[in-house]
Ligand binder design. Structure first.
Ligand code: ADP
Ligand code: MG
Length: 493
């Protein structure tokens, strides 16, 4: 069988080895916890941070005779996610048992979907400047999470916490379409944004609601796929990038040395910054998958899917396209604003009825810059959309200069208040009265006759004069008026 690959080799993405170029090939399996109050097959709570074993029903503890009952909300969430990934929705899918033994898996099997998943092929478009990278989604299936073994609570005993046991996960499997650590990070970032927009997963990687298994192989450009290693359970986007960089280099070194890659499962050690072997293919599990006899095939109608589709929110790609088309933003600015729905909404309320590019500038450069510096978010921002809009209005109508506006932003940030009222109360208004500006200009010119002579020869000295006038007027003189007056009086064209 020949595999037709979606992507052509791209030299920009190659890694230089000692003996020439290499291409890294990456495919991701992401486990995303479904946003739902109850578990996939029981009514137990999914709330994070509760005492161990507080969220456990008899079903989750696998008591004899307990039967799973599908949670319709989890099914709807999986369908919404499939729609958000522009994927094929399968009206009939099947739950299978994936059999293995582990202390935190009381059933002795995980209920998952194997041959017939709820969602088939879809697509994710990466937001990489000046490039269009489309990554194929192979499938999305629903499955249960396992519990957690706690080994660090007692010197000689381990404990089992079943709070996560039975929590619904969506496993989202990409095609091996990614070609660099940066692309893999962009993929995870974009997937996370889409899930958060849809409200189907909170994307909280540090709470474990999104985990990635990263499959990595390398090859000479133009050749068929190499043998891959799977790096398990990487729990931050940054670590995904680091793990891939390390793993690709490790494989290249082995191959350049005349060795070969063993297909194996590896772990990423974030402290040491390296991957190490966990188990080889030979030890790989035989899960003895078979359809779960306790559950009927999962079936729903196209009308049900259409109903869910009608209520989807505007998704990031559409929002970005609209921001570029309707507001004239650059794709880069649109990406930044669209990354979180709250940021996009904030921008739109600032931009409403105003110069949109100016609004984007202020939101991204001043507000986001400041929020990042202080470790705050839009939700905890001391400056709201109305206040930021007010500052922009004052610049637009010429009441304050851009420079004074930054001071005003600082004041509103620390003390709050209504921008126009603050400007009034503190006498921050720009001086546009030509007479007043002219007086300052005359004064500076009179005090610096030699500089005036130099400026006639060297017009770039004008900047020095502008600076002096602005300083004298404490930043309040209208810069354009200052410029015009100085040119006229000194005699610069
Ligand atoms: P398995 O059934 O062993 O989990 P899959 O075919 O489901 O294997 O693939 C799992 C993941 O590995 C997918 O994300 C896929 O894109 C990725 N993958 C498959 N082949 C390669 C390869 N040669 N290099 C890198 N990733 C790969
Ligand atoms: Mg797989």
């Amino acid at each position: 069988m020949t595999i037709v690959e979606a992507r052509k080799p791209d030299p920009k993405k190659f890694i230089k080895g000692a003996t020439g170029d290499w291409e890294v090939v990456i495919g991701m399996e992401v486990h995303a916890q479904v946003t739902s109050q109850a578990k996939l097959f029981s009514g137990a709570s999914t709330e994070f941070g509760n005492d161990p074993n507080a969220n456990v029903s008899l079903v989750d503890a696998a008591m004899p005779g307990m039967l799973p009952v599908i949670n319709e909300e989890c099914v709807a969430q999986a369908i919404r996610t499939g729609l958000g990934l522009k994927a094929q929705i399968n009206l009939k899918s099947v739950f299978d048992r994936k059999n293995y033994f582990y202390p935190d898996l009381p059933q002795g099997y995980q209920i998952s979907q194997f041959k017939q998943p709820i969602v088939g092929e879809g697509i994710i478009i990466l937001d990489i400047p000046d490039e269009r990278v489309e990554v194929g989604v192979e499938r999305l299936h629903l499955e249960q999470d396992a519990g957690k073994s706690l080994h660090d609570q007692h010197p000689t005993m381990s404990f089992v916490d079943l709070n996560r046991s039975g929590v619904a996960l969506m496993e989202i499997v990409s095609k091996p379409d990614l070609r660099s650590a940066d692309e893999a990070k962009a993929y995870l970032t974009k997937l996370r944004i889409i899930l958060r927009y849809l409200g189907t997963c909170d994307g909280n990687m540090d709470q474990g609601s999104m985990r990635a298994d990263v499959n990595v192989s390398v090859r000479r450009p133009g050749e068929g796929f190499g043998t891959r290693c799977e790096i398990k359970n990487v729990n931050s986007i940054r670590f995904v990038g680091q793990a891939i960089e390390y793993e690709a280099r490790r494989q290249i070194a082995i191959l350049e040395d005349g060795g070969s890659i063993d297909q194996e499962t590896r772990l990423y050690d974030a402290v040491k910054g390296e991957t190490r072997s966990m188990r080889s293919k030979e030890e790989a599990h035989d899960y003895r998958y078979f359809p779960d006899p306790d559950l009927l095939p999962l079936e729903f109608t196209q009308a049900y899917v259409d109903e869910l589709a009608q209520h989807l929110p505007e998704l990031p790609d559409d929002k970005k396209a609209r921001f570029v088309a309707d507001y004239g933003l650059t794709p880069y600015d649109a990406d930044v604003l669209v990354a979180e729905k709250v940021s996009a909404d904030f921008f739109e309320s600032v931009a409403k009825g105003r110069d949109a590019k100016m609004a984007a500038n202020w939101v991204i450069n001043e507000l986001f810059g400041r929020l990042n510096k202080e470790g705050l978010t839009i939700e905890t921002s001391p400056v709201n959309a109305g206040q930021l809009g007010g500052i922009i209005d004052l610049i637009k109508e010429g009441t304050i200069s851009g420079k004074i506006a930054k001071d005003l932003f600082e004041i509103i940030w620390t003390e709050g208040g209504e921008p126009a009222a603050v400007v009034e109360a503190r006498g921050m208004k720009q001086v546009t009265d030509l007479g007043a500006i002219e007086a300052v200009v005359d004064q500076i010119i009179a005090a610096n006759p030699d500089k005036v002579a130099q400026a006639k020869e060297k017009p770039t000295l004008l900047g020095w004069f502008v600076g002096q006038v602005m300083k004298e007027s404490r930043g309040k003189a209208n810069p354009q008026a200052v410029n015009d007056l100085l040119k006229a009086k000194i005699g610069i064209e």
